[in-house]
Design a protein around this ligand. Sequence first.
Ligand code: ATP
Length: 311
Amino acid sequence: MTLTEIIKTFKTKLNPSKIMDSLERTASFYDESENGSKGSESGGSESEVDLKNNPYSSSASGSVKSSEATRITLNEKEPLIKLTDVWKLYQMGEVEFAALKGIDLEIYEGEFLVVLGPSGSGKSTLMNLLGCLDIPSKGTVLLNSRDISELAESELARIRGQMIGFIFQSFNLIPTLNTMGNVILPLEFQEEEPEKARKRGEYLLEIVGLSDKTFNLPSQLSGGQRQRVAIARSLAVNPPIILADEPTGNLDTKTGDYILDFLSKLHEKEGKTIIIVTHDLDIVKHATRVVYIRDGEIEKIEERKKNESEK
Ligand SMILES: Nc1ncnc2c1ncn2[C@@H]1O[C@H](COP(=O)(O)OP(=O)(O)OP(=O)(O)O)[C@@H](O)[C@H]1O
């Protein structure tokens, strides 16, 4: 029985839901690539086979964007996130330090946006604002046309939980929760039924090739495996936006390439909006647009075609 068939069976037994539709869509990609090889059952270490188990790596349907990708904005000319004259000021004793100085930026649905800049340029500060984890000192941040400064913290947390999946450089896994517990945590926040959450968790762990590490604690995983747990967790509620801060920062080149390839295919096939904040020039090749930031200001913005060679 293919994964698509298994999920179809679920759908007839449970009420069809958005999540199950999405799972089925994702499963179809998985089944396509399954025709090649499927290697997650064995090993689980950072082996060649394990890293090849990227369900989105099917070259057969490589760059076909899912026509079923859910549109969030009313029309494609409307930005998903819009920053207007955004400043972030930190008070350092008597002195005020401007980490961001008048940022204007519009991010559209379906973009693969890379924010590139040297250490201290303001990337993490910008990521916190794009992810609605912080509000600007001056200026406005609109998420799907709503001013985040005007939302109550509980409302902001709800919107953030539904719309944005976070992947942090430090993985931010809960050390006392096992792999499954970490992956389904966002679903628990959304008060999803435990059984549905567990099924979704099992599915996502299969997708990232970690089914055999379900009960491991983060301390019992390699760096690459931890990052894959973080990716599975970021997909738990099937958010339209994935926001990643240096997602390959702590990983070896091979594992880093796997993670980027995974995110890239997620962008192409599921139409997810991917935003990556990094100082790694290599990531630029996946981008449809690159924002160069320096000293808290946008230096330049470059439109790109994916996989275009370095300019
Ligand atoms: N809470 C804070 N209080 C004071 N200054 C801060 C605070 N957070 C960040 N900064 C300063 O703001 C600037 C931008 O910091 P940010 O962390 O956004 O940079 P970054 O580009 O992400 O750097 P890195 O690549 O090294 O992580 C830095 O000069 C930093 O020292």
